[in-house]
Design a protein around this ligand. Structure first.
Ligand code: TNX
Length: 498
């Protein structure tokens, strides 16, 4: 069987308190399915780790106990997760259907990813009354608008240890994001162990932005993070920022510099001064060692090579190096992703560019897209979650904009960049840069609630997106953040009900 597509012509009524809003939902709060004091879950064709992650999410969000049951549950009400073959591109297909009767809740999906998305919806629909877990009866049929919905986390300026990154993955999971892009290297630090180049993390794993934390992920840490993400239907996309933003590398390896001497450690905010040199003998083997290692450590299909802000580089050197780096990534079998500036290099048509800087010319991106390239939209003035909410926000930056919740929500990826239509857009990605964000508390304060707004931009049909509806639904999420114990920003345009 396949899951019937959401009937878009009949928008879901009434609105369900779920973020991002589902493509179709018809549920009634008047009739509930009652599970009793512990919620039974069964899985058919579902990976154990995926089912376990779903159970943990339901427990942490809805404050219920869960019980994973092998086989049938007899008369006991349960949520039955069923993965059925037959959907288009099964492993990446995120569509799901939930049917809730007075007897049971049946979730049908084509992959673990679909199960993960359904779990996020269920976690938000579950309520507990007099100690009993309840779901409203009805039907939800849902699928994403875009296949790439991400968060880019800068762990290079300020390091975030594994447990904190897992907590960020939990937030991504709850709002149906499917990509965690880790910005692993920059001028201020190098955060991923490269076994053939141990000096990178030995030396530059110990540096950071002024006031930020240092550290790095071992090969085991990185594998562990990817397993955790996989169980939640999330792909980790590592970024090694080349050929600029390389001071952590040139600080650790002197041969990467024309002088042969290491550069000084750097903890400042300026960008664009550091670079690799195409004429040096050490450059190509360095790029090859690093990219090959990162690709072999990466479970997903993508490696991001950066390419941003070559401000002090000779333009021809930049284009040559980007072309070379692209080729090394492509040789590993991974799909290369680069920031929008990389469109200046003559790269093959299947390239994916990440649009970020509203100040730059869009001409190169437009030309590349006309030739078949795709775009991830991370417009700095909408999705850069290191931007301050308003002038009084004590951390963050403001070079792109002040970004309140509505600014993150009220834009359409299909008409944001001239020459880039819906079909050219792979998806949207929020980004949080951490030059000024040095603790987990500060991080979640910048993410919440804006991360949920970007998630809805990427998931929900444009026809169903509406600020008033979002403002009401996002208010229902603040008790969840309180339960998680994370700091968040009470955007003034929302009535948080307290
Ligand atoms: C621009 S986004 C950068 C980052 C900074 C960020 C600060 C991008 C590709 N480059 O290096 O951290 O602004 O907002």
């Amino acid at each position: 069987m396949t899951i019937a597509p959401p009937p878009f012509e009949t928008p879901g009524t009434p609105a369900v308190p779920v973020v991002p809003t589902p493509a179709f939902a018809h549920v009634t709060q008047e009739r509930k399915l009652n599970f009793g004091s512990a919620l039974a879950l069964t899985g058919a064709g579902v990976e154990d780790s995926v089912l376990l992650a779903a159970a943990k999410l339901l427990e942490s969000v809805a404050d219920v106990k869960t019980d994973i049951v092998e086989g049938t549950t007899g008369d006991r009400a349960a949520i039955r997760f069923v993965v059925v073959e037959g959907g288009p591109a099964d492993s990446t297909n995120e569509a799901y259907q939930i049917e809730i009767s007075e007897l049971e809740a049946v979730v049908t999906a084509h992959s673990g990813r679909g199960v993960a998305r359904a779990a996020a919806t269920l976690a938000q629909l579950l309520t507990v009354t007099d100690g009993s877990a309840m779901l409203p009866q009805g039907v939800i049929r849902d699928e994403p608008r875009f296949s790439w919905r991400g968060l880019s986390l800068d762990v290079a300026r300020s390091f975030y240890p594994v447990p904190e990154v897992k907590a960020v993955i939990d937030l991504c999971y709850l709002y149906k994001l499917n990509v965690l892009h880790l910005h692993l290297t920059d001028d201020q630090g190098w955060r991923l162990e490269i076994p053939s180049r141990p000096e990178l993390t030995e030396i530059s794993g110990a540096t950071s932005s002024d006031g930020g934390r240092a550290g790095f992920y071992t090969v085991e840490d990185f594998a562990n993070l990817q397993e955790y993400a996989h169980a939640r239907g999330i792909t980790v996309v590592p970024e090694i920022d080349l050929p600029g933003h390389t001071n952590a590398a040139t600080h650790a390896i002197g041969e990467l510099n024309p002088s042969g001497e290491p550069t000084a450690a750097y903890g400042g905010m300026k960008v664009g001064f550091s670079m690799l040199h195409p004429g040096l003998e050490a450059t190509e083997p360095f790029v090859r060692d690093v990219i090959t290692s990162v690709a072999s450590q990466t479970q997903g299909d993508y490696v991001h090579f950066g390419g941003d802000e070559p401000l002090d580089m000779d333009p021809q050197d930049y284009r040559d190096l980007v072309t070379q780096i692209y080729e090394v990534v492509a040789e590993t079998g991974k799909n290369p992703v680069g920031w929008q500036e990389a469109a200046a290099a003559p790269l093959p048509a299947q390239m994916i560019y990440q649009f970020w800087d509203p100040r730059l010319s869009r001409d190169d991106v437009e030309t590349a897209v006309a030739a078949g390239a795709k775009v991830i939209l991370s417009p700095g003035d909408r999705t850069y979650l290191d931007m301050k909410y308003d002038a009084s926000t004590s951390i963050g930056q403001d070079w792109a904009a002040l970004i309140e919740l509505g600014d993150s929500y009220e834009w359409d990826p299909a008409s944001h960049v001239k020459g880039v239509k819906e079909a050219d857009v792979v998806g949207v990605e929020a980004a949080v840069w951490t030059e000024t964000i040095h603790s987990f508390e500060d991080l979640t304060y910048m993410l919440l609630p804006r991360l949920a707004a970007v998630a809805e931009v990427g998931w929900s049909p444009q026809t169903l997106r509406d600020w008033d509806s979002f403002a009401q639904r996002i208010a229902t999420q603040s008790p969840v953040w309180e339960r998680f114990g994370v700091r968040w920003h009470a955007s003034p345009a929302v009535n948080w009900g307290n």
